[in-house]
Design a protein around this ligand. Structure first.
Ligand SMILES: Nc1ncnc2c1ncn2[C@@H]1O[C@H](COP(=O)(O)OP(=O)(O)OP(=O)(O)O)[C@@H](O)[C@H]1O
Length: 351
C-alpha cells in the first residue's frame, strides 16, 4: 500500500511546462531517488509535495489525506513533511542547539534532551551545541539540517540535492549516514539529485524525469539494466549501444551472436550492453571463448587514458568500430590485438 500518491500532477510557469501529468507512488518507509537533467522538473515536484508551490492539476495524497488537488492546498507547516535543501539553509545567527530546536516547543521540559538525542541520531558531537553554523564543516551543517528536519518527526522527508556542496569522500559518507538515520527512523524519503551513482546507491525506487515527465520508475537495478530508451540508458551510466539483428532471444551484433532479453523480437534493433558486462582479453593467441563467453577479435585503434579506466576505440572487422571504457592496463595500447566478449544478456531498447 502506497504512503504517498501523486496523481496526474501538472504545473506550468507561463509558457514552460514544469510538470506534465506526473504519477508517482512511494511506499511507507521507502527511499525514492528522482534523477533527470537540469530543468526536467525535479525541484518543482518536490516543492509541490512540500507545499511550497501548488499544482495546476492533479493531486498529492499522503497517508490517505489529500494535501493538494489543484484547488485546495494544506499549508506546508501542517503537512508533516521535512525538507533538507542543498545549502542546509541553517539560521546563521542561531547556535546549533537553537537551529535544531527551532521546530520544538520552547516550553517543553524535555527540549534539551530531545535536541541532544537528535545530535546523537545524526552523529554530531554534543560539544558542537553552542557553535554557530559557520564553525561547522559542510557535512556537519547538513547533519544539523537533517536533525532540525527530524525534530518535527516528519512522516516524509524530502532531500533536495543535500549533498551536492560536499566533496566526494564526505559526500558518500554523509549520504550513507543520512540514509541510515532515515531508514532506522522508518521515514519515507525522496531524494532529488544530479548524481546518478548517488541515486542508484541511495534508493530502492528510482524515478527518471525528462521535460516534466516521469519517463521510467522502477528499482535502481531494473532501470539501470533495462532502460526504456537511449537517453535514460546513457543518463544512468556508460552504455554501449549497438545495432543488431534480433532473432528470437538472440542477436547478431559486433560481439557475434549473443543472448538478448527480448525472446520474441526479430529484425533490426538497438541493443545496450553495460561496460561491466564486457570481457576483454589481451593474451596472445586470442582464444575464441573465455569460459562460457564467446569472443570476437578486435584491434585497439584509439586509447584515451583517464586513470583507473581508459576509453578504448576498437576495430572489430569490416567498418565496425565500438568505443568502450575498461579498467586501464599496461597490456593495452594502440595497435594491440584483443578479444572481446559479453557476459549475461544484452538489453533490447524499445523502438
Ligand atoms: N518560479 C518559476 N518561474 C518560472 N519558471 C520556473 C519556475 N520554477 C521553475 N521554472 C521552470 O520550470 C522548469 C523545471 O524547473 P525545476 O527547477 O523543477 O527543474 P530541475 O529538474 O529541478 O532543475 P535543476 O536540476 O537544474 O535544479 C524549468 O524550465 C524552470 O526554468
Amino acid at each position: 500500500m502506497s504512503f504517498l500518491n501523486i496523481r496526474s500532477l501538472s504545473k506550468r510557469y507561463g509558457t514552460v511546462t514544469a510538470l506534465d501529468d506526473v504519477d508517482l507512488s512511494v511506499a511507507s518507509g521507502s527511499r525514492t531517488a528522482i534523477v533527470g537533467p537540469s530543468g526536467s522538473g525535479k525541484t518543482t515536484l518536490l516543492r509541490i509535495i512540500a507545499g511550497f508551490d501548488t499544482p495546476d492539476r492533479g493531486e498529492v495524497v499522503l497517508d490517505d489525506i489529500v494535501l493538494a488537488d489543484g484547488q485546495e492546498s494544506v499549508p506546508a507547516h501542517r503537512r508533516g513533511i521535512g525538507v533538507v535543501a542543498q545549502d542546509g539553509a541553517l539560521f546563521p545567527h542561531l547556535t546549533i542547539e537553537q537551529n535544531i530546536g527551532f521546530g520544538l516547543d520552547r516550553r517543553a521540559a524535555d527540549r534539551p534532551v530531545r535536541i541532544r538525542e537528535l545530535m546523537d541520531m545524526v552523529g554530531l558531537d554534543r560539544s558542537m551545541l553552542e557553535r554557530s553554523p559557520d564553525q561547522l564543516s559542510g557535512g556537519q551543517q547538513q547533519r544539523v539540517a537533517l536533525a532540525r528536519a527530524l525534530a518535527r518527526k516528519p512522516r516524509l522527508m524530502l532531500l533536495d540535492e543535500p549533498f551536492s556542496a560536499l566533496d566526494t569522500g564526505l559526500r558518500a559518507a554523509t549520504r550513507k549516514a543520512v540514509a541510515q538515520v532515515l531508514s532506522d527512523a522508518g521515514i519515507a524519503t525522496i531524494l532529488v539529485t544530479h548524481d546518478q551513482s548517488e541515486a542508484l546507491s541511495f534508493a530502492d525506487q528510482l524515478a527518471v524525469m525528462r521535460s516534466g515527465k516521469l519517463v521510467q520508475v522502477g528499482s535502481p537495478q531494473h532501470v539501470y539494466l533495462h532502460p526504456n530508451d537511449v537517453l535514460t540508458a546513457e543518463f544512468l551510466g556508460e552504455a554501449l549501444l549497438l545495432p543488431a539483428q534480433l532473432d528470437g532471444g538472440q542477436a547478431d551484433c559486433a560481439f557475434g551472436r549473443i543472448a538478448v532479453n527480448d525472446k520474441d523480437g526479430r529484425g533490426p534493433a538497438t541493443i545496450m550492453i553495460r561496460p561491466e558486462q564486457v570481457v576483454l582479453m589481451t593474451s596472445p593467441g586470442l582464444p575464441h571463448s573465455s569460459g562460457d563467453v564467446p569472443t570476437v577479435e578486435a584491434v585497439v585503434v584509439g586509447l584515451d587514458f583517464c586513470g583507473s579506466t581508459s576509453e578504448l576505440l576498437l576495430h572489430i572487422g569490416g567498418d565496425r568500430r565500438i568505443s568502450l571504457r575498461q579498467p586501464s592496463s599496461d597490456a593495452i595500447s594502440v595497435g594491440a590485438s584483443v578479444a572481446i566478449g559479453m557476459r549475461g544478456t544484452a538489453h533490447v531498447l524499445k523502438r
